[in-house]
Design a protein around this ligand. Structure first.
Ligand SMILES: CC(C)(COP(=O)(O)OP(=O)(O)OC[C@H]1O[C@@H](n2cnc3c(N)ncnc32)[C@H](O)[C@@H]1OP(=O)(O)O)[C@@H](O)C(=O)NCCC(=O)NCCS
Length: 157
């Protein structure tokens, strides 16, 4: 397990690193659970710079840094909804996702919310299970013209 992970709020300068982590993680990690066509559509979201810019500017958006390299990120919308959580493909299972989640949960509690909700890909089900989330419902989300199986998870803080 690696130590010395720093968590901080994202800035617009982080855009290139954030979008390349997103693209690479979807292509190499989520590709275990989704079809080639789905992965192509999903990872192409990395190119929607205006969307990422808007997220960084308007959401609670944090990055995990290790030796000056961004190795993961998370963002929260609507106060208590974990909308995205991605860890660099070369740093999976090193507790970076757990650290990002812990800081996100602290922020949500500090804002006065008592629950956290999360949109979970099939890939992340075991991660949310291991953090005592409850699966509320399975759903099919539409993104760039494709359907994606995912689940809503929730936990009382
Ligand atoms: C889900 C994700 C964020 C987890 O991040 P991570 O840094 O690898 O997770 P952690 O190392 O903190 O894992 C904590 C625990 O979660 C569970 N877990 C995480 N990934 C798992 C996997 N692939 N299979 C089984 N259990 C898993 C384990 O219990 C793990 O503890 P352990 O390693 O001691 O067994 C990461 O796998 C990821 O980037 N996935 C692709 C993007 C994605 O689908 N994001 C979901 C929101 S859209």
């Amino acid at each position: 397990m690696i130590k010395d992970i720093e968590i901080r709020e994202a800035t617009l300068q982080d855009l290139p690193e954030i979008t390349s982590i997103f693209r690479d993680t979807v292509r190499s990690v989520n590709s275990n659970d989704y079809s080639e066509k789905q992965i192509k559509a999903w990872s192409s979201g990395a190119d929607d710079m205006d969307v990422w810019k808007e997220r960084i500017e308007n959401l609670y958006f944090i990055v995990a840094e290790y030796r000056n390299e961004i190795v993961g990120f998370a963002h929260i919308k609507k106060g208590c909804h974990l909308d995205g959580l991605y860890v660099h493909k070369n740093y999976q299972r090193q507790t970076i996702g757990s650290k990002l989640l812990r800081i996100a949960e602290s922020h949500i509690m500090a804002e006065g919310y008592e629950i956290i909700n999360a949109d979970a890909s099939i890939t992340a089900v075991d991660f949310f299970d291991s953090h005592y989330f409850e699966q509320i419902k399975k759903q099919k989300k539409s993104y760039k013209g494709m359907g994606f199986a995912s689940s809503i998870f929730s936990k009382k803080l």
